[in-house]
Design a protein around this ligand. Sequence first.
Ligand SMILES: C[S@@+](CC[C@H](N)C(=O)[O-])C[C@H]1O[C@@H](n2cnc3c(N)ncnc32)[C@H](O)[C@@H]1O
Length: 349
Amino acid sequence: MQPLGAERRSEAHAVHVALGTELPLNQGLSTYYPNLHRDWCWGEAENAASLAAVRASLPDGATPQRLLVIGAGACRLAYDLHQAWRPALTVALDFNPLFLLAAARIFAGEALELYEFPIAPKGIAEHAVLRRHQAPARPLPGLQLLLADATAPPFLPGRFDAVLTPWYIDVAGEPVSRLLARINAQLAPGGGWIHHGSLAFTDAAPEEASSLEEQLAALPAHGFQSTHVGESRQPYLGSPASRHARIESIVTIAARKVRDVPVPAPGRELPEWIHRTDLPVPALAEYRAQALSTRVYAFLLAMIDGERSIRDMARLMEQQKLMPAEDAVPAIRRFLARALQDPHRRPQL
Ligand SMILES: C[S@@+](CC[C@H](N)C(=O)[O-])C[C@H]1O[C@@H](n2cnc3c(N)ncnc32)[C@H](O)[C@@H]1O
């Protein structure tokens, strides 16, 4: 992270606070690390299939001049589209500095070496494989990497004529309706949005995990008209060093902006009393439940003195009115067994 000056922690922290960026819990530096190796090392067939699917979503000759790729990851698809469509500007946006630093070096013509750690190594030699990452050619002028949070994008409205979200909308950590309203604002009149990837929505609230049919039906409400829907079965993250690979039924949707819609406020939706320090914090049911389980958890651990049995502890829990003794016995047994097997994870009662 040295090129970002992240080692000068106080400055990095000040920037972090000023930008107000809060990372979603499901995103980290190495969350999509295998994608980096696929993009620039062994993934030629997978990369070519993605490029072909996205190119097929626009009619021949309708290539964008100003393209924004949101959640660009290690940037291979952004690079391939930039080389193929030759727009004046391609902005590859992601908030993972590891990916963007790797892409910056690769685009500068450096051969980057990084270890791959396959999910299911084929043999002993494949547990850590030193990979060399290189672009097929230097990118054409106009390919820009941008470290930014897509929920607070640093653009004036209407600056792009295409926005691509590859493998993004289902992991974005915000409802698709908010994301689409923001994408709408970034597009010039008549511009297009392209989705490419999964619609898995594994971390979304059930009411926000829309099916393909629901996604398409909701487009007009967000100011879009669908112009293309393609599906293709593709191998996914099939590292030659791994026994594990996926087959994905990938969806590519293209939609044209037909009208403006209200723009949501930037940033993730957090209540006012989290942003401000002077407001009372409401006693929500979620916090009460956590408080009770934390109390029980602390009480249980404090009872372990090397003398007491599970039955003794269950009696004490009953006296404290935390649980009837007959419920406490199996709960304490399960708690102690789990804490022993996995001491780093907080066991549940
Ligand atoms: C499933 S990965 C897909 C990466 C890449 N498009 C690919 O297909 O390999 C999702 C990407 O979105 C990025 N991302 C998630 N939330 C983001 C946000 N709020 N702002 C910017 N990037 C984000 C992650 O860092 C990650 O690179």
